[in-house]
Design a protein around this ligand. Structure first.
Ligand SMILES: NC(=O)C1=CN([C@@H]2O[C@H](COP(=O)(O)OP(=O)(O)OC[C@H]3O[C@@H](n4cnc5c(N)ncnc54)[C@H](O)[C@@H]3O)[C@@H](O)[C@H]2O)C=CC1
Ligand SMILES: O=C([O-])CC(=O)C(=O)O
Length: 288
């Protein structure tokens, strides 16, 4: 039996539960949210689809799940400028989440922002092998980059590593097309504002995250060994440790089964150095 646990069934967690049910990814979906009326409504709404999947709210069963999605906590509003600004609000939720995960031996996917720091914090609190903690965001950033590259007439692969935040690192060198610095900075600036356009219009990003989260869940459950941009706890890769940062990661049944270290061009290297230093600082604040 395949079981998927989701902590926090607001906009992103709720849509992820729905899409996972539609795609038949799990036999059982265990959901929990601190806001009881929302939890009950989400359970009923999922049950009313009539999809052949067991929906449970048994928090003890979350520990037995194959995958645990951490999507609980405070999201951004237009007044909250950066994802990093959510650190203080969501630290207590990360702590609470680690309590749910005592004894858990599956794979954790961190969604809650600031995602990179929270993935690192959760890994530290859980005291498990780093391969089992995957931070989600790079797939979404890469999909956003792809739309901007298409508009610019660049059709090569779109990869974004670095922080899931202001310090994203789009890998223009992977496109095989020479993109000048001015154009790079213009695209990066649009990428930084991409989610806020959605948040302003509909209160939060939903379809994009939920779609790519379910693709990540599928890659794990089906042991696809797919290379995806994910935030991983680093131990010297790209010159960093003491943080979780977006890198090209091979994803399979055990979580992160490998990290690829790609050659970066000087512009990308400088951006990656900024990203690493920024996230390391956030992670130190979690340590303290
Ligand atoms: N990594 C990524 O690419 C993305 C990350 N996010 C982040 O995901 C998080 C959730 O976003 P939304 O779903 O839009 O927010 P939301 O407000 O719709 O849902 C969050 C849910 O968490 C629940 N919650 C809060 N504390 C809890 C606790 N201790 N235990 C259980 N449930 C708790 C709330 O009751 C709420 O239902 C935010 O931090 C947001 O910034 C959102 C989109 C993409
Ligand atoms: O920007 C936000 O606050 C939500 C998020 O992480 C995204 O959609 O990429």
């Amino acid at each position: 039996m395949t079981s998927l646990a989701i902590l926090g069934v607001g906009k992103v967690g709720g849509e992820t539960a729905f899409l996972s049910a539609v795609l038949g990814l799990a036999d059982e979906i265990v959901v929990y949210d601190v806001y009881e009326p929302l939890l009950q409504a989400q359970v009923l709404d999922l049950q009313h689809t009539g999809i052949d999947v067991t929906i449970s709210t048994d928090t003890a069963a979350m520990r037995e799940a194959d995958i645990f999605v951490f999507a609980a906590g405070t999201p951004r509003t237009p007044e909250i400028k950066t994802r990093a600004d959510l650190l203080e609000a969501n630290v207590p939720v990360v702590k609470r989440c680690s309590e749910f995960l005592r004894g858990f031996d599956g794979v954790v996917i961190t969604i809650t922002n600031p995602m990179d720091a929270n993935n690192y914090g959760l890994w530290k609190m859980m005291g498990v092998d780093r391969q089992r903690c995957i931070g989600f965001g790079g797939q979404l950033d890469s999909a956003r980059l792809a739309t901007y590259l298409n508009e610019a007439g660049v059709s090569g692969p779109a990869w974004v590593i670095g922080e899931h935040g202001e310090h994203q690192v789009p890998l223009f060198s992977r496109t095989g097309v020479n993109v000048g610095v001015e154009e790079r900075e213009a695209i990066l600036s649009r990428m930084r504002g991409a989610s806020m356009e959605v948040i302003r219009g509909k209160g939060g990003t939903v379809f994009g995250p939920a779609y790519h989260i379910t693709m990540l869940i599928r890659a794990i459950l089906e042991d696809r060994r797919e290379l995806l941009p994910c935030s991983c706890v680093l131990d010297g890769e790209y010159g960093f440790s003491g943080c979780s940062l977006g890198v090209p990661a091979r994803i399979g049944r055990e979580g992160v089964i490998g990290i690829e270290e790609w050659d970066l061009d000087p512009w990308e290297e400088a951006k990656m150095a900024e990203a690493g230093a920024f996230v390391q600082d956030l992670c130190r604040r979690l340590d303290g």
